[in-house]
Design a protein around this ligand. Structure first.
Ligand code: PAN
Ligand code: ZN
Length: 205
């Protein structure tokens, strides 16, 4: 494995376009990829029918997701809503309880974190770093009127578990309000199985 470690390099990070140069894997998520995640399923289906636009794009640097490496990527979330809920990422937990750092590049977003019991969130703007401790599932939402972009840096052995968020939720939703946005907790959203999942992983961390 260690023989495959990448050679030293520098990458250009373009906060205005979300580009990474050189780039590795680029992935896009459309509205239809986010079925089941927004509260207003009917509004989501209408939007899928009206063009199924790209909600976010992740451009990764060419660093493999293996132990010892430290992959990094830039996420761009477009501005928009499904019903009252802001465009957001699918959200995941790292099955190996590993931390992660987000760094705001452009626009304004909310980094939502959930350990199965407690919801925490921080606002990310250009120049602000958000810290995700081991054992906290995470999702970001664009709460502004322009694309929200951030750099993510995480251990290569962290892994990504999407099912646990798809099934158990994030304990809260980021929705429009008179003040702009608010984070609304959803008590009882996660069943005991989900709480146990996070509790177990947090201990291992
Ligand atoms: C980020 C996320 C990225 C997209 O790089 O993977 O923002 O979100 P989803 O992976 O939830 O679709 C990260 O947290 N990596 O670990
Ligand atoms: Zn992550």
């Amino acid at each position: 494995m260690s023989g495959d470690l990448v050679r030293p390099f520098a990458a250009g990070i373009d906060g205005a376009s979300g580009g990474v140069d050189p780039a590795g894997v680029v992935s896009e998520r459309r509205l239809s990829d986010l079925r089941g995640l927004f509260r207003d399923a009917a509004a989501l289906e209408r939007a899928v029918g009206e063009g199924d636009e790209v909600v976010y794009r992740v451009v990764a640097a060419p660093v493999p997701e293996v132990e010892g490496e430290v992959p990094f990527s830039v996420t761009t979330i477009e501005a928009g809503r499904v019903g009252d809920e802001f465009y957001m990422t699918r959200g995941h937990a790292h099955p190996e309880p590993q931390g992660e750092v987000y760094f705001g590049l452009s626009g304004r977003g909310v980094l939502l974190m959930y350990d199965g019991e407690e919801v925490r969130w921080v606002e990310i703007r250009p120049g602000v770093a958000g810290y995700i401790p081991p054992g906290w599932a995470h999702r970001t939402a664009n709460v502004g009127g322009e694309p929200f972009r951030f750099l993510a840096v995480y251990p290569g052995s962290a892994g990504h578990d999407y099912a646990i968020v798809a099934e158990g939720g994030m304990g809260a939703r980021v929705v429009r309000s008179a003040a702009g946005y608010e984070v609304v907790e959803e008590p009882g959203g996660a069943g005991p199985a989900v709480r146990e999942y996070y509790r177990r992983r947090k201990k291992r961390g």
